[in-house]
Design a protein around this ligand. Structure first.
Ligand code: GRF
Length: 201
């Protein structure tokens, strides 16, 4: 199964997937392509180190979202991509794009959805004062941070936590949860039933 990871930033989640593949923990999943909308994303360096093809497409190279996504699709088709893994990709995908890859795009969010959607899930949860936050991996649909939830992991916010320590805790769990979900997908064990995702034995 051919996987494309979309990343705009540091790429620590990408790294966890690269490491999982190396240690045979992605079943028959292979990361064939890393796509970024930022040419200086550190994720691209991680991909290069792991000898994974990269494709950089910045917004300014296209006159519209349609053109941007058309170019993405051409590249994804060329590499026969079966699964798109969003890992800190800072662009919103259109409903048409999501429809074209329906049930084959997953995202990781650093909070327990449906709470604290958006760009700053960790900080928003921390500032709100919740005692439990977490990580969510979900299928992507046309609404942001809304698709059917695959797995979640809760994390305690303790009195001694500050934003930095909480961020560390969240990222640590992300790096365990995301490879696990990708493996389940690759093994064909995720069944979407309406809003629910059933995990087959
Ligand atoms: C992660 O916290 C993820 O949950 C969010 O974006 C961040 C990406 O971090 N969607 P990294 O680039 O994988 O280090």
């Amino acid at each position: 199964m051919n996987i494309a990871v979309f990343a705009s930033g540091k790429g620590t989640n990408l790294q966890s997937l690269i490491d999982a593949e190396k240690s045979a923990n992605l079943a028959e999943g292979h990361i064939r392509l890393v796509i970024s909308d930022k040419k200086d994303a550190y994720a691209l360096i991680r991909a290069a180190k792991a000898e994974i093809n990269t494709f950089v497409l910045e917004s300014k190279e296209c006159s519209s979202r349609e053109e941007y996504e058309k170019k993405l699709m051409i590249r994804l088709k060329k590499e026969n991509i079966d699964l798109i893994v969003l890992a800190g990709f800072m662009r919103i995908l259109s409903a048409d794009f999501v429809e074209a890859y329906k049930g084959r795009i997953i995202n990781i969010h650093p909070a327990l959805l449906p709470s604290f959607k958006g760009m700053h899930g960790i900080k928003d949860a921390f500032d709100y004062g919740v005692k439990i936050t977490g990580v969510t991996v979900h299928f992507v649909d046309k609404e942001i941070d809304e698709g059917p939830i695959i797995l979640q992991k809760s994390i305690l916010v303790e009195d001694h936590d500050n934003l930095e320590t909480l961020e560390e805790k969240v990222h640590k769990e992300e790096h365990v949860l995301y490879p696990l979900v990708v493996k389940l997908f690759v093994e064909g064990r995720l069944k979407i039933e309406g809003r629910k995702v059933r995990i087959a034995e």
